[in-house]
Design a protein around this ligand. Structure first.
Ligand SMILES: Nc1ncnc2c1ncn2[C@@H]1O[C@H](COP(=O)(O)OP(=O)(O)OP(=O)(O)O)[C@@H](O)[C@H]1O
Length: 215
């Protein structure tokens, strides 16, 4: 089933000296089952806000999100791990009754040997891998990735990209990937959607053409 995003209007109300902000007005986007769509746009245009609306974490808008599956994986901009739980224990939280799977998933994201490490001892790249493993643990039909490669050095970012790419190919969830970088979008996505302006609108929506594999 495709995911149909139809936002009629999203407003952030005035807060103190910060005036009301109409974030979206008439924004529609449809993702085919299993499609990977990169969402690109300048800082502050509303990409994270849109992910939260798609996830159902923010319902304070007019419009509809159709076809949202029950199993959603969400990689937030910051890893959001529980600091008092080890990497493995963070995963076990979303794997009730399947604790051995936590170790397998950590190995899949290259963290074998770091299972018993607490988040404050993990680098950002490692913490994000744990968060990615947690997002994938629920075997999501819909995967929301909010800047998974930001603030990582080039080698770590490339490693994380390869990891995400392998996971997308393996389980093929419908995916909305927020990124600031065209090259990341082009490498991973089937389609690139650019939003811009205030209220933000879709200013570009194009398929990524890939060379055919040799037969
Ligand atoms: N809960 C909130 N209440 C009020 N305003 C908010 C809230 N969350 C975000 N905003 C504002 O909405 C705008 C869009 O924020 P959002 O984080 O969605 O943008 P973004 O495109 O993801 O930015 P970035 O690329 O920097 O992460 C910003 O101006 C932000 O200050």
């Amino acid at each position: 089933m495709s995911l149909k995003i139809d936002v009629v209007r999203k407003i952030y109300a005035r807060q103190g000296d910060t005036p009301e902000r109409v974030l979206f007005e008439g924004l529609s986007l449809e993702l085919a089952d299993g499609e990977v769509c990169a969402l690109v746009g300048p800082s502050g245009t509303g990409k994270t806000s849109l992910l939260q609306m798609v996830a159902g974490l923010d319902e304070d808008f007019t419009g509809t999100i159709e076809g949202r599956p029950p199993d959603i994986g969400y990689l937030f901009q910051t890893p959001r791990l529980f600091p008092w739980r080890t990497a493995r224990q963070n995963l076990e939280l979303v794997l009730p009754g399947r604790v051995e799977r936590a170790g397998e998933l950590l190995a899949e994201v290259g963290l074998a040997g770091s299972e018993d490490v607490y988040p404050q001892r993990l680098s950002l790249g490692m913490a994000r891998r744990v968060a990615l493993a947690r997002a994938l643990a629920v075997e999501p039909k819909l995967l929301l990735l909010d800047e998974p490669f930001a603030s990582l050095d080039t080698a770590t970012s490339k490693g994380m990209q390869d990891l995400v790419s392998a996971q997308l190919q393996r389980s093929r969830p419908t995916t909305l990937l927020v990124t600031h970088h065209w090259h990341e979008a082009a490498a991973l996505a089937d389609r690139i959607v650019v939003i811009d302006g205030s209220p933000a609108r879709i200013v570009e929506n194009r398929a990524v053409l890939r060379p055919r594999a040799a037969e």
